[in-house]
Write a protein that binds this ligand. Structure first.
Ligand code: AMP
Length: 282
């Protein structure tokens, strides 16, 4: 696997693949890779020239967020990417990505207004802008994202559609720890006590899904079930939101049918965890 730090060198290499007719599969990440990322990397390396990037994007962090304490583990990340067959790893500096103040922003409306968008204003513009830049740099045919960040995935699908970006977006299921906790680079910052309690988030969402499977159709009732389960963990703060939404619009529908997603964000100490689960109502 080759590692590139500059846009020009990566472009030159990928141009030569494209002109030879190769398909490029791309996985954008912020590093601190775990088995959730591994599943995306493995899928991208399969049948395509696999390219991953590691870039902790300042644009998507608010001043009070964890930009500076975000875990950085380049050596083990590179080893994982190489072990699953990634061909290229792009690790640009902030200066390389933003040589000047970025005056251009990509905004995807409505899908980003609620949920994470309320708790983290400006986050999604930062993600959409950097992902567009990275798409322009890498020029992939296929791009792989995790359902773990479900609102982000829905936003990117819509962005690619609205802007005619010639990319197929592939969403892959959330990879979890044995107790159900969704894998996340932030989990390593949980205290042992909080880690032991954190599986409550997934348990709560599963209870919400079970309620729907038992014909509960009132979003408020489903939210209340999820809230009550989360409240059983002594150190879980009140969730930032609990949402029962349509998977594509991310809005709470008047009538629950089709592809429905339950989303929540819960803080343990200074670590904020997000998770979601889906169900299809015929
Ligand atoms: P990040 O490095 O956190 O920006 O994540 C990079 C990509 O990995 C995003 O598409 C995430 O949705 C995805 N991802 C993160 N955690 C998981 C997980 N537990 N399972 C599947 N995908 C994940």
């Amino acid at each position: 696997m080759e590692i590139f730090h500059t846009i020009a060198e990566l472009r030159e290499k990928l141009d030569s693949h494209r002109s030879g007719g190769d398909t490029i599969g791309y996985v954008p990440t912020m590093g601190a890779l775990h088995d959730g990322h591994r599943s995306l990397l493995t899928a991208a390396a399969h049948d395509t020239i696999g390219v991953a990037s590691i870039f902790v994007n300042p644009l998507q962090f608010a001043p009070n967020e964890d930009l500076h304490s975000y875990p950085r583990t380049l050596e083990t990340d590179a080893a994982m990417a190489e072990s699953v067959g990634m061909k290229y790893l792009f690790v640009p500096s902030v200066r390389e990505m933003y040589p000047e103040e970025n005056l251009t922003a990509v905004t995807i409306r409505t899908i980003t207004d609620q949920w994470e968008g309320v708790s983290r204003p400006a986050h999604f513009d930062g993600v959409a802008t950097v992902v567009t830049k990275l798409f322009n740099i890498v020029g992939p045919c296929l791009a792989f994202f995790g359902e773990k960040d479900f609102q982000q995935l829905a936003m990117i699908r819509r962005m690619v559609l609205d802007l005619n970006q010639p990319i197929e977006v592939i969403g892959l299921p959330t990879i979890r720890e044995e107790d159900g906790l969704a894998m996340s680079s932030r989990n390593r910052r949980l205290t042992a006590e909080h880690r032991a309690q954190a599986s409550v988030v997934n348990r709560a969402l599963r209870r919400g899904i079970e309620a729907i499977e038992h014909h509960e159709r009132d979003p408020a009732a489903i939210e209340a079930i999820i809230r009550a389960v989360i409240a059983t963990a002594p150190d879980a703060e009140a969730p930032d939101y609990i949402a029962v939404v349509d998977s594509r619009t991310l809005r709470t529908p008047d009538v629950l049918e089709g592809s429905i997603r339950l989303l929540t964000a819960v803080r343990f100490g200074d670590v904020r965890l997000i998770d979601n689960m889906g169900v299809t109502i015929p």
